[in-house]
Design a protein around this ligand. Structure first.
Ligand SMILES: Cc1ncc(COP(=O)(O)O)c(C=O)c1O
Length: 423
């Protein structure tokens, strides 16, 4: 029976029991942080060998370049090859940067604001807008907010953003772009279907300087061998000649080390030229020793894929623990819905409308910090106040089980509070 079908009396009884369970949890003095999608120490241990000094002892790239010194601003050719192979683009269309793809995205938006993306600088074009599939990655939204770019929410469907809504919105020439996480979207873990990727490639925006930031952060982060394939966006673009519309980024933050990996841009010849010009002012070169280390450690795309299977072996039980718990606690109650991702770093939980903030605050008061309610929406405002991002990667399975126990109590308690108040 769903909570909605229960009588007021039954609900009040359940609520009293839940309050009791909640208070017991509170008394245990838990201290767990599940707010960000970070790899666990066990995952970080997988990459420790990359720090073996032997990998960079000679410090010489394939062409003899001394990686200790300035030079090679677009990245070592062998590193561009490696990521070209992984992303399915020629090495000439890859730039290897520093440790952070978020940094690349910020800089790219800054470049468009100041110098334009092949047309007048965005900052001289009056009010400009970006499309934001939501729920989405909070840091994308923060970047846009920091530049004063107006955000327009686009609903996410099962196979990607609602393309009909996008087709309408891009008729407005002040809509200059869009952020996407096409594989294992943050936080829902959805993968854009081939049809959606093709429609993205074929978009006909009124703004000729429209840019899509194709943030492929989870491109090799599959949990299962049956992982869905993401269509190569640049291959899809060929039919429409729309390569200039897409800037793809990725990084090894969740392959080797966040903050100490390498990040990459994949872009058309025209865009590579513009980015190169800006970077030429901004930086002399990135960390080539780290690039060399990554290439020598992984050797090729297969090396990275094999490494990701070891990550998956650690992550699968955590994702399964969440899904099994939700299934056993919420099935048939009508108070929660959740996604079942095949990869990535998150699970998205939707509780009863108007209850997400309450759930997050109940958890916090009992010692479990979740991502702030609303964080996955532009301006931090979830219109339904229902979405909660679950980040199961960092805690151990035992810690996760405890946190889930509490979370489930809080979801039910918030639902019982809401429904009893309505009756
Ligand atoms: C979708 C997405 N993009 C980018 C990042 C940050 O990547 P980086 O460490 O390369 O800056 C994250 C981190 O959680 C993410 O989820």
């Amino acid at each position: 029976m769903t909570y909605q079908e229960l009588s007021q009396e039954e609900l009040l009884k359940i609520k009293a029991e839940l309050v009791d369970e909640y208070e017991k949890f509170k008394a245990r003095g838990l201290k767990l942080d599940m707010s960000r999608g970070k790899p666990s120490s066990e995952q970080l241990d997988l990459s420790m060998d990359i720090l073996d000094p032997a990998y960079i002892a000679d410090a010489k790239a394939q062409d003899g370049v001394d990686c200790r010194n300035y030079g090679v601003p677009l990245g070592l050719p062998e590193c561009r090859e490696l990521f070209g192979e992984l992303l399915g683009v020629p090495a000439r269309n890859i730039i290897v940067c520093g440790n952070s793809s978020l940094n690349i995205m910020y800089d790219y938006i800054a470049q468009c604001m100041v110098s334009g993306s092949g047309a007048e600088p965005w900052m001289l074009q009056g009010k400009i807008k970006f499309l934001c599939p939501a729920p989405g990655y909070d840091r994308h939204f923060k970047v846009l907010e920091s530049f004063g770019i107006e955000m327009i929410t686009v609903p996410m469907l099962e196979d990607g953003p609602d393309m009909d809504v996008i087709d309408e919105l891009i008729k407005d020439p002040s809509v200059k772009g869009m952020f996407c996480v096409p594989k294992y979207s943050n936080p829902e873990g959805k993968v854009f279907s081939p049809a959606v990727v093709r429609r993205m490639a074929g978009l006909k925006p009124a703004a000729k300087d429209f840019r899509v930031i194709w943030d492929n952060a989870y491109f090799v982060h599959d949990l299962y061998d049956t992982a869905p394939e993401l269509l190569n966006i640049f291959e899809a673009c060929r039919e429409f000649g729309s390569e200039d519309m897409f800037i793809e980024v990725a990084s090894t933050s969740k392959i080797t080390f966040p903050g100490a990996g390498v990040s990459v841009i994949a872009a058309s010849d025209n865009n590579i030229e513009l980015i190169k010009k800006r970077m030429g002012v901004q930086i002399i070169c990135h960390d080539k020793l780290n690039q060399l280390r990554h290439v020598r450690y992984f050797k090729n795309a297969d090396g990275i894929k094999a490494h990701m299977k070891r990550h998956a072996a650690i992550l699968r039980p955590k994702f399964q623990a969440v899904l099994e718990k939700f299934d056993s606690e919420f099935s048939g109650l009508g108070i929660a819905r959740w996604t079942e991702p095949q990869g990535g770093y998150f699970i998205s939980l939707d509780v009863l409308d108007g209850c997400a903030k309450r759930v997050v605050s109940l958890c916090k008061d009992a010692g479990v910090v979740l991502t702030g309610a609303g964080a996955a929406f532009p301006y931090g405002k979830d219109p339904k106040d229902s979405n909660i991002r679950i980040a199961p990667t960092y805690p151990s399975v035992e810690e996760l089980s405890l946190a889930l126990e509490l979370l489930c109590i809080c979801v039910k308690l918030a639902a019982a509070e809401k429904l009893t108040a309505q009756k």
